[in-house]
Write a new protein. Structure first.
Length: 500
């Protein structure tokens, strides 16, 4: 009998009542292993109501109470790393080591949330005028929601809800319906850690559930990670409803390789950044920009390394890359490779015909490498979200930066060079939110914030770090003036001398 993933509302599993279910597939076999309940607007409303009821006490709970829960939660997550990673591999397809890495990066934000006491300190200015003091504090918002993508079913939710609840909010999570099980386990472990019922809720669903959250009057803020078109829609809809929004969109991340770079290091970085997690990550390097005469040698080194990558099921310890999430997505990724030559690219590696023996029905695709790609081609213009690396050639550093800054995306970028001055110029001149210097995937550590520029971010706040704390709280400033106790009315004795 097919397993069913249900909702988690008010501290317990709640069976879906909409009658609608979505298939969850094992990408390595192509077989449907699970069905996930898809929430109606009423079911989303029930989750929001549970969160609102819990906020009445959680929002006024002590910092000590919140952090005690989070410390226990961190220990449980650490103990269950393999269990969470196994669920990710079973439903997403990424290899176990990648899944473990995802859990580790999510844990960074839980650890940040454990130290929320210092992040929520207020400020005080005394004697700004005669006997006047001004203080500022940050307070929670209420019920907040997170809508997360399929590619990091544990990490991206953990980028959101630990900070949100540490700040005193309650949370409704709508994870991807393609790989929903990890989210439920995260919620169950939070309950085991002592998180009160209703503080963290999980509702599964599709656009119906998303729209219900965006339109619900009791949802104060929405966090989203996904594609640019949906991020734009989330931002426009939720903002129109008066909600605070952080909506992280798509990317086309470039890696600029200067002639003085260590080409072996650059090739290693390009392969891991382009093909790791099958390229299904918004921080993947999908475009290498080679400057000057190094292009041929760099492409040869990338090809040599790419041909050695072992593709197979994510639960096979020898696999270095797994399948794509769905057959439809595999076919879409393949179409960019099959159409590349007609648009002027040189197809150095074509992975579209790849299969894995014994798993022929899986969503397999091999590594593809396209050289001499033009900026007006589909393979360059679109976010492919698969193991396809484009190489573009330019004559100079200035040409490379101009090409990269012309992209509508501005998520992450990198430069490979031995020259500190060139790296410094790049850091200042490139129009992207995250920059790597000889680091191909510059995802910030938890106590800095993650987010891009341009069409890669809608809203004013990046995710996690200081920006995350500010997003999940709002400021309040109090101006106070007290008369001196020596000026108390006649008949009131506060023990102060009258002449001062």
């Amino acid at each position: 009998m097919t397993k069913t993933v249900n909702h988690w509302i008010g501290g317990k599993t709640v069976e879906g009542t909409s009658g609608q279910y979505g298939p969850v597939t094992d990408p390595a076999t192509g077989a449907v292993t699970t069905q996930v309940a898809l929430a109606s607007a009423d079911e989303v409303g029930a989750a929001v109501a549970a969160a609102k009821a819990a906020y009445a006490t959680w929002g006024t709970s002590s910092l000590a109470q919140r952090t005690a829960v989070l410390f226990r939660y961190r220990a449980l997550l650490d103990a269950h790393r393999d269990d969470i990673a196994a669920l990710i591999t079973a439903e997403h397809g990424k290899v176990h080591s990648d899944a473990l890495g995802e859990v580790a990066r999510g844990l960074e934000i839980v650890e940040l949330a454990c130290g929320i006491t210092t992040q929520l300190k207020g400020e005080l200015s005394t004697q700004v005028s005669n006997r006047v003091d001004v203080s500022s504090i940050r307070q929670s918002l209420g019920v907040v929601a997170g809508i997360t993508p399929f590619n990091f079913p544990a990490m991206v939710p953990m980028w959101m809800f630990p900070l949100a609840i540490a700040c005193g909010n309650t949370f409704v999570l709508k994870p991807s319906e393609k790989d929903p099980s990890a989210a439920n386990l995260l919620a169950e472990l939070a309950a085991e850690a002592g998180l009160p019922d209703g503080v963290l809720n999980v509702v599964h669903g599709d656009k119906v559930a998303v729209d219900a959250l965006l339109n619900h009057p009791d949802v104060a803020a929405v966090s989203f990670v996904g594609s640019t078109p949906i991020a734009r829609y989330i931002h426009a809809t939720a903002s129109a409803n008066g909600k605070r929004v952080q909506a992280l969109g798509g990317a086309k991340n470039h890696m600029l390789v200067l002639p003085d770079a260590d080409l072996d290091a650059a090739a290693d970085a390009a392969v891991s950044a382009a093909y790791g997690s099958a390229g299904e990550r918004c921080m993947a390097i999908s475009a290498v920009v080679a400057v000057g005469a190094i292009g041929d040698e760099l492409v040869a080194k990338i090809r040599e390394r790419a041909e050695k990558i072992k593709i197979g099921p994510g639960n096979d310890p020898t696999s270095e890359m797994g399948p794509l999430i769905t057959a439809a997505h595999r076919d879409k990724v393949a179409s960019y490779v099959t159409g590349a030559a007609a648009q002027g690219a040189e197809v150095v590696l074509d992975g579209t015909g790849h299969t894995v023996e014994g798993f022929e029905e899986g969503h397999w695709i091999g590594l593809s490498l396209l050289d001499k790609v033009s900026t007006d081609s589909d393979a360059y213009q679109d976010e492919i979200f698969g193991p396809v690396l484009c190489v573009l050639r330019v004559e100079s550093y200035e040409d490379g930066v101009a090409l990269m800054n012309a992209s509508p995306f501005g998520n992450g970028t990198a430069i490979f060079t031995r020259d500190g001055g060139a790296a410094r110029r790049f850091q200042l001149e490139i129009q992207a939110g995250m920059v790597g210097v000889n680091v191909p995937i510059p995802v910030p550590v938890g106590y800095h914030s993650f987010g891009g520029w341009k069409d890669s971010l809608f809203g004013d706040h990046h995710i996690y770090g200081n920006d995350g704390v500010h997003f999940y709280t709002r400021g309040k400033v109090t101006t106070t003036r007290w008369p001196d106790p020596a000026d108390a009315p006649a008949g009131v004795d506060l023990g102060f001398p009258r002449n001062h």
